[in-house]
Design a protein around this ligand. Structure first.
Ligand SMILES: [Zn+2]
Length: 128
């Protein structure tokens, strides 16, 4: 699968931190708290990272533990993942997300890095 060949960039790490923070360091599937074991919690993309249009879209992502990331993203629970997404976003947003995923989007790492750092700062301030 091409999914694994997409290089992880600094912006991906920042975005991953943002999503896992947003989801309170818990797997959205099993609910297990990973705040003491952060590396085992992943930022899962419903539409893979190779789709630039949804690569940094919070609606496209949820925190999932290592095990459920495998199962939902690439394994037996793929249909369940779709169900979870529709339940979370609603059918309308789920459909527009698919269009977004398949739309052309210019890569601009510098801009995205600045934007993500701002988002993380906002998140930090909101939590305190
Ligand atoms: Zn899990």
């Amino acid at each position: 699968m091409s999914y694994f060949k997409v290089k992880i960039k600094k912006t991906d790490s920042l975005f991953s931190l943002y999503i896992r923070n947003r989801d309170k360091w818990k797997c959205r599937y099993c609910g297990k708290d990973y705040s003491d074991n952060r590396k085992m919690l992943h930022n899962s993309h419903y539409w893979g990272r190779n789709k630039e249009g949804t690569r940094y879209e919070p609606d496209n992502c949820m925190a999932l533990c290592f095990y459920h990331h495998e199962q939902l993203g690439h394994g037996d629970l793929r249909d369940k993942y779709k169900e979870m997404m529709i339940e979370w976003l609603g059918q309308k947003r789920f459909d527009s997300l698919e269009i977004q995923a398949n739309s052309y989007c210019k890569k601009d790492d510098k801009f995205m890095e600045i934007k993500l750092k701002e988002l993380l700062k906002e998140q930090e301030n909101g939590e305190s």
